[in-house]
Design a protein around this ligand. Structure first.
Ligand code: BV8
Length: 233
């Protein structure tokens, strides 16, 4: 790994939609952040689900199917190599809800915004691996309640998953690397500031400067499939 300073003992990596872009998964800013003329932020909310469940379920059914048509790219594969060989602490925190990091082989992974391939029962709180659709309001495999499954996705206004673990990892890391994220969404976008204030070195790998670029010691701009293997290998 090409680091100018001594090799860090612990690394935290935050990834966003840009790391999956070259696999063919739209980022949130592609298409102006719209889906069927709806702002994503307006569809990915509990209020939208309460108001128009079919619209929201269709949105997630389409994206759940899409991720099953694409493959991990060189950036996912390079991070999986790092995960397999890094002797110190390493945590990959992803904002992404696709499964491309794990399909590339990453293990030390936190999905802070949930996962497309999981469904969550609003009646019995059970969670299920789910590759099919939810638009037909299937019954929960655990409690058999029809129509009680929702995407296991953290919507705007909902608390991201495993924030205690995330804050602890960021507080003690030597190096914080942000890859393929615009730095638009909190609390994910605030992690680099926490890392820097705790003394970590901070590196941004992105197509262009993000909204949080002032918090990074170093920034490299370009496609993730070029930048990430060059950094890892
Ligand atoms: C919370 C799952 C509080 C959904 C996502 C009003 C009401 C309520 C909350 C708020 C509010 N105002 C502000 C907030 C906070 C809100 C927020 O930050 N809003 C923003 C819009 C201002 N945050 C929340 O609501 C969070 N929860 O605050 O809870 C709380 C407290 C206590 C108790 C209960 C609750 C929850 C946020 C999670 C929302 N869910 N995802 C889904 O996927 O459908 S967020 C979603 O958008 C993504 O997961 C991701 O996090 C975000 C998009 O960001 P990026 O991943 O960065 O993608 P983007 O397209 O923006 O950028 C891509 C980047 O890649 C670009 O920079 C581009 O240049 C680069 N790129 C492109 N191609 C490449 C590339 N780089 C390299 N190579 C390439 N090839």
């Amino acid at each position: 790994m090409s680091e100018g300073r001594q090799r860090p003992r612990s690394i935290v990596i935050l990834t966003g939609a840009g790391v999956s872009a070259e696999s063919g998964i739209d980022t949130f800013r592609d298409g102006g952040g719209l889906w069927e003329q709806h702002r994503v932020e307006d569809v990915a909310t509990p209020e939208a689900f309460a108001r128009d469940p079919e619209l929201v379920l269709r949105f997630y059914d389409m994206r759940r199917a899409r991720i099953q048509e694409v493959e991990p790219n060189a950036a996912h594969e390079a991070l999986a190599r790092l995960d397999a060989h890094w002797p110190g602490e390493l945590t990959i925190i992803t904002q992404n809800v696709d499964d491309l990091h794990e399909r590339a082989g990453a293990r030390r992974l936190i999905h802070m915004h949930g996962e497309h391939l999981k469904a969550w029962c609003m009646t019995c709180d059970s969670r299920h691996h789910w590759r099919g659709t939810l638009i037909d309001r299937p019954a929960c495999p655990t409690c058999a309640m029809p129509g009680s499954l929702r995407p296991d996705i953290v919507w705007f206004g909902e608390m991201p998953y495993r924030m205690g673990e995330i804050f602890n990892a960021v507080a003690r890391t030597d190096l914080f690397v942000s890859i393929g994220t615009s730095g638009a969404v909190y609390p994910a976008a605030g992690l680099v500031k926490q890392a820097r204030e705790a003394g970590a070195a901070t590196l941004e790998l992105n197509l262009e400067p993000s909204q949080g670029s002032r918090w990074f010691d170093e920034a490299r701009h370009g496609p993730a499939t070029a930048l990430v293997p060059a950094w890892v290998d």
